[in-house]
Design a protein around this ligand. Structure first.
Ligand SMILES: [Cu+2]
Length: 127
Protein backbone atom coordinates (compact mmCIF):
# COMPACT_ATOMS: atom_id res chain seq x y z
CA UNK A 1 0.00 0.00 0.00
CA UNK A 2 2.82 2.38 0.88
CA UNK A 3 4.53 1.54 -2.38
CA UNK A 4 1.40 2.49 -4.25
CA UNK A 5 1.10 5.78 -2.37
CA UNK A 6 4.69 6.67 -3.17
CA UNK A 7 4.20 5.79 -6.81
CA UNK A 8 1.02 7.83 -6.97
CA UNK A 9 2.61 10.90 -5.43
CA UNK A 10 5.55 10.54 -7.81
CA UNK A 11 3.15 10.47 -10.73
CA UNK A 12 1.27 13.48 -9.40
CA UNK A 13 4.47 15.41 -8.85
CA UNK A 14 5.49 14.67 -12.43
CA UNK A 15 2.09 15.65 -13.78
CA UNK A 16 2.19 19.11 -12.22
CA UNK A 17 5.82 19.62 -13.11
CA UNK A 18 7.43 19.84 -9.68
CA UNK A 19 9.47 16.67 -10.01
CA UNK A 20 12.92 17.65 -8.78
CA UNK A 21 15.11 14.94 -10.20
CA UNK A 22 14.78 13.10 -13.48
CA UNK A 23 14.04 9.44 -13.76
CA UNK A 24 11.82 7.23 -11.69
CA UNK A 25 13.43 5.47 -8.77
CA UNK A 26 10.64 2.95 -8.53
CA UNK A 27 10.41 1.85 -12.15
CA UNK A 28 11.56 -1.71 -12.49
CA UNK A 29 11.77 -2.34 -8.78
CA UNK A 30 9.96 -5.32 -7.41
CA UNK A 31 6.85 -4.40 -5.51
CA UNK A 32 7.05 -7.48 -3.32
CA UNK A 33 6.85 -6.86 0.41
CA UNK A 34 6.37 -3.64 2.31
CA UNK A 35 10.04 -2.68 2.22
CA UNK A 36 12.62 -1.97 4.88
CA UNK A 37 15.47 0.52 4.90
CA UNK A 38 18.85 -0.14 6.47
CA UNK A 39 21.50 2.57 6.60
CA UNK A 40 25.22 1.85 6.38
CA UNK A 41 27.62 4.05 8.32
CA UNK A 42 31.37 4.66 8.19
CA UNK A 43 31.45 3.87 11.90
CA UNK A 44 31.18 0.24 10.66
CA UNK A 45 27.61 -0.14 11.75
CA UNK A 46 24.28 -0.93 10.16
CA UNK A 47 21.32 1.09 11.39
CA UNK A 48 19.20 -0.62 12.46
CA UNK A 49 21.55 -3.46 13.25
CA UNK A 50 18.71 -5.98 13.40
CA UNK A 51 15.58 -6.08 11.30
CA UNK A 52 12.68 -8.44 11.66
CA UNK A 53 10.71 -10.01 8.82
CA UNK A 54 8.04 -12.68 8.48
CA UNK A 55 8.83 -16.22 7.44
CA UNK A 56 8.04 -17.05 3.84
CA UNK A 57 7.37 -13.45 2.83
CA UNK A 58 9.55 -11.76 0.24
CA UNK A 59 10.72 -8.47 1.72
CA UNK A 60 12.27 -5.65 -0.18
CA UNK A 61 15.34 -4.34 1.61
CA UNK A 62 16.88 -1.06 0.62
CA UNK A 63 20.43 -0.46 1.76
CA UNK A 64 21.33 3.20 1.92
CA UNK A 65 25.00 4.04 2.33
CA UNK A 66 25.18 7.22 4.39
CA UNK A 67 28.98 7.12 4.58
CA UNK A 68 31.80 7.98 2.21
CA UNK A 69 33.31 4.49 2.08
CA UNK A 70 31.95 1.64 -0.02
CA UNK A 71 29.79 -0.79 1.97
CA UNK A 72 27.86 -4.00 1.35
CA UNK A 73 24.71 -5.52 2.79
CA UNK A 74 24.90 -9.25 2.16
CA UNK A 75 22.78 -11.83 3.96
CA UNK A 76 23.67 -15.48 4.44
CA UNK A 77 21.72 -18.70 4.66
CA UNK A 78 18.27 -17.63 3.47
CA UNK A 79 16.25 -18.95 0.53
CA UNK A 80 16.74 -15.61 -1.18
CA UNK A 81 19.62 -13.56 0.13
CA UNK A 82 20.12 -9.87 -0.47
CA UNK A 83 23.47 -9.28 -2.13
CA UNK A 84 23.87 -5.54 -2.18
CA UNK A 85 27.58 -5.29 -2.89
CA UNK A 86 29.88 -2.33 -3.48
CA UNK A 87 27.34 0.35 -2.70
CA UNK A 88 29.18 3.65 -2.95
CA UNK A 89 28.97 6.49 -0.46
CA UNK A 90 25.67 8.31 -0.76
CA UNK A 91 24.23 5.58 -2.97
CA UNK A 92 21.58 2.95 -2.31
CA UNK A 93 20.57 -0.45 -3.64
CA UNK A 94 17.59 -2.75 -3.12
CA UNK A 95 17.07 -6.47 -3.13
CA UNK A 96 14.60 -9.12 -2.05
CA UNK A 97 15.15 -11.24 1.06
CA UNK A 98 13.08 -14.32 1.73
CA UNK A 99 13.45 -17.13 4.23
CA UNK A 100 10.90 -19.84 4.91
CA UNK A 101 12.59 -20.97 8.10
CA UNK A 102 12.30 -18.79 11.22
CA UNK A 103 15.61 -17.92 12.82
CA UNK A 104 18.42 -15.41 12.78
CA UNK A 105 20.31 -14.76 9.56
CA UNK A 106 23.59 -12.90 9.51
CA UNK A 107 24.30 -9.89 7.35
CA UNK A 108 27.82 -8.71 6.63
CA UNK A 109 29.77 -6.02 4.89
CA UNK A 110 32.59 -7.78 3.05
CA UNK A 111 34.75 -4.74 2.37
CA UNK A 112 38.24 -5.37 3.78
CA UNK A 113 38.23 -5.24 7.60
CA UNK A 114 34.66 -3.95 7.88
CA UNK A 115 33.14 -7.17 9.21
CA UNK A 116 36.02 -7.50 11.66
CA UNK A 117 35.38 -3.94 12.81
CA UNK A 118 31.82 -4.86 13.65
CA UNK A 119 29.95 -4.19 10.44
CA UNK A 120 27.56 -7.08 10.90
CA UNK A 121 23.81 -7.18 11.20
CA UNK A 122 20.98 -9.62 11.61
CA UNK A 123 17.72 -10.39 9.94
CA UNK A 124 15.40 -12.12 12.38
CA UNK A 125 12.78 -14.22 10.64
CA UNK A 126 9.69 -14.75 12.74
CA UNK A 127 6.76 -17.12 12.30
CU1 LIG B 1 31.30 -1.66 5.24
Amino acid sequence: MRYRAVLLSALLAGAIGVSGCGGSAVAGDSAEGPGTIVVGLDTMRFNPETISVKAGEPVKITFRNAGLLIHDYISEGADRNVKLANVGGGKQASGIFQASKPGTYNVVCIQPAHKEAGMVGKIVVVE
